[in-house]
Design a protein around this ligand. Sequence first.
Ligand code: GLC
Length: 439
Amino acid sequence: MNKRLLALVLAVVMLMFVFSACGGSETADNGTGDNAAETPSGSEETGDTTASEQPVTITLAQGKDVTDATENTIQAFETKYPNIKVNFQEMPSESDQQHNSYVTALSAGDDSVDVYSIDVVWPAEFAAAGWVEPLDDYFPQSEREKYLQGPIQSCTYDGKLYAAPFFTDAGLLYYRKDLMPTPPETWDELYNIGKQLMDEGKVEYGFVFQANQYEGLVCDALEYIHSNNGKVLDGSNVVLNSENTIEALDIFKKMLDIAPEGVTTYIENDSLVAFQEGRAAFMRNWPYAWAVVNSDESKVKDKVGIAPIPKGPKGDATGKATLGGWNLAINKNSKNKDAAWKFVEFVISEEGQKIQAIDGGHLPVLQSLYEDPDVIKANPYFESMYDVLINALPRPVSPFYPQISESMQINIHKFLMGEFDAKASVENMTKEIGEILAQ
Ligand code: GLC
């Protein structure tokens, strides 16, 4: 940064400091608020100076983290940038609850949060609404190439980048390797092994998964649908109404026989608690669960293996995981955009991604870490399952995704609760999603 620019930036910082002190703002809104184009990042020089001249507090809103990754990331960041403090606003675990509270705040122009951790299914909606800052200038193409392209795509809307990928996710089958020689490859095999282990009294439940009426239900249901060669959309046509999907949903429902009675209220953590206590033979969950099942508090430490999601009778060679993951977006109204970007840049850097992968069990978005010995040591299956992990299938991409999801959540949950059969559930979804897309 040249001296005149630096002087200008400092003057703006001072002014904002005075302004925020007078205004009695609760957060120290004394960042520069510069827009990205004036201080392109990637250049350590510019970013560091701007972000470290005056103490700034930025707020990160993110769902509950049951691992140490968030705390350790913030600590490492604050050590590196002592003048930027990160206030962690912990949100509920459920993606939908986070979504609703962010939509309420952002649509009212709220600026109390600088960085939002957003689910991979939201960027189109947030970008179309103009709630988040485009990051193209902060995150140049040459840098983006180092990242997995699926997650980068999920941050892109209408040719612009509206978030940076934080970590990626793919549904996995966790199984008790001490109770079976090899994991099942089909849903039928899973059911039979689970049932047998229950009958033998080795476990209380065959299988734990997510069947509450929320976003996670859509993720689980899509794994049955995709693993039986069913589909939701073909371009903009709704193609759910097929034999493959109906059969897939019936298989899903059959799993309730070997699951806890309350599984239709389970989210990820409920399944994790049951599995970690040694009560279930199988669990469907995301990669973060690996760090938790192998922690010292876990009753199944070192007794767990990971396999691809099983396939249905009409499926391909292996089952299909649902693609999940989270991206970091900067509030369009943030007064600390440069400091916010510094934080995002740190989280997606090698150092930040290693903390996420090692302490949080998260799948890195930085490609090179899939060959990093420390990361592989903490998560040995990253190597053997690399193809499965990065070929997970996305949920429908649309600015109307939340409405599509709501229709699926309601109709699949009602079907699981026995209110109607799979065919009726599929017919309802087809009609409703068609109407949503036609608006
Ligand atoms: C995980 C996934 C996210 C998904 C959510 C559903 O957090 O990363 O994409 O929507 O689970 O519960």
